[in-house]
Write a protein that binds this ligand. Structure first.
Ligand code: UD1
Length: 377
């Protein structure tokens, strides 16, 4: 009997978990000759950062768990590369391709292991560029795209960047944004959870703040300035602050965690589940964040987004969407929040192909890619 092609689909960190559901379903629906294997590297491992996403988003239990855990950039990436290579060498049926998403260390580690064994790499969310190599994610994006054979892009800038880097046009396909598939399919469940009531908040009368990038949280003076600005902002507009483990650690070291806990207008919480966070963001007055995913979700939800970054690899959220880059300028941050409160902030529109069907397009492209490789061999 003719066996199906295996595509190994890699997840490792929180944003990957959100994106993988529609990809697996899209492959199942549109690539009948493909069977997926879900590989979890273990980059994120605790319930709040990993397991709750699997439960809420209906992801299958991973077929393989590499349990790499935390570590320095090079150390973590090396562990991922090593353990995934071992799995590729030992597994019963060698995958026809490895599919990786986004820009985290798991993305580049598994892409490298796969490409070195001549197993083609498919990159979902390819071509995004901040042009800022100080960010580990930018290095991960550039390296992953350089060794990927099929590049599935979420916004037109992805194609432009990849063509400039010499990638052949036929290897690039615009599929839209799989993260927005999830948002659209889970919005009712998120609203039904009613996190506003549990937190004592009123629709359209609070801000959601998230921040975890090393450039924002690792410099004590910068972190202090953000905390001061957010305390000021929270006077007219209460702030919900789900705190990433890295940020919590820094705040505690500087004694700022106690300051935040003593501020009644800031609600600092542990990291939230997908439904809790979406329930909150979808009814917020403004989102203040350095997360790539939240910038995109704010654009899809048409909620103003003040992005705490000097640059963005997702320019469509600024050019067409609801985001404005604030960088480290806390004065600008306070001013723009006031603009939002006074309804003087810009309007955005939802980008092309952020329509809930990106996963199916990914599935179709995967099927076409594998079929054309078979023809060639
Ligand atoms: C990673 C991604 C980043 C993404 C973010 C989402 C890279 C280079 N960065 O950054 O792009 O936006 O995930 O969260 O891959 N920790 C826990 N529990 C966990 C996982 C981590 O407590 O389940 C703590 C550990 O102390 C760890 C720290 O969080 O050292 C940072 O985790 P790590 O995976 O290294 O990077 P993130 O900052 O989460």
């Amino acid at each position: 009997m003719h066996s199906k092609d295996i595509v190994a689909c890699v997840v490792g960190a929180r944003p990957n978990f959100v994106k993988m559901g529609p990809i697996l379903r899209g492959i199942e629906a549109c690539a009948p000759n493909v069977q997926t294997r879900l590989i979890h590297t273990g980059q994120h491992y605790d319930d709040a950062m990993s397991d709750s996403f699997f439960r809420q988003l209906g992801l299958p239990h991973p077929d393989v768990h590499l349990s790499v855990g935390s570590g320095r950039q090079g150390e973590q990436t090396a562990k991922i590369l090593d353990s995934y290579e071992r799995w590729l060498l030992d597994c019963e049926q060698t995958p026809a391709a490895t599919l990786v998403v986004g820009d985290v260390n798991s993305t580049v580690g598994c892409a490298l292991a796969s490409a070195k064994l001549q197993i083609p790499v498919i990159h979902v969310e390819a071509g995004l560029r901040s042009f800022d190599r100080r960010m580990p994610e930018e290095i991960n994006r550039v390296v992953t795209d350089a060794i990927s054979e099929l590049l599935l892009v979420s916004e037109p800038s992805g194609r432009v960047n990849l063509l400039k880097e010499g990638k052949p046009d036929e290897s690039i396909r615009l599929c839209g944004n799989v993260m927005i598939d999830v948002l659209r399919s889970q919005l009712d469940a998120a609203t039904a959870l009613d996190p506003l009531r549990k937190m004592g908040l009123t629709e359209n009368q609070y801000a959601v703040w998230t921040m975890h990038r090393p450039s924002n949280v690792d410099d004590p003076e910068q972190l202090r300035r953000f905390v001061d600005a957010m305390i000021q902002i929270s006077q007219p507009l209460p702030v919900v602050f789900p705190v990433h483990p890295r940020t919590r650690n820094r705040l505690e070291t500087l004694g700022l965690w106690q300051t935040l806990e003593a501020t009644s207008t800031i609600l600092a919480t542990d990291p939230l589940s997908y439904h809790e966070l979406l329930g909150l963001t979808s009814k917020a007055k403004v989102i203040i964040t350095d997360s790539g995913g939240l910038q995109e979700e704010a654009t899809a939800l048409e909620i103003p987004c003040l992005t705490l970054r000097e640059n963005t690899e997702r320019p469509i959220t600024v050019d067409e969407g609801t985001s404005v880059l604030v960088g480290h300028d806390v004065g600008l941050l306070v001013k723009l929040v006031n603009d939002v409160i006074e309804n003087k902030f810009k309007q955005g529109k939802c980008p092309q192909l952020w329509d809930g069907s990106a996963g199916r397009r990914v599935g179709t492209e995967v099927a076409t890619f594998l079929a054309s490789r078979k023809k060639l061999s």
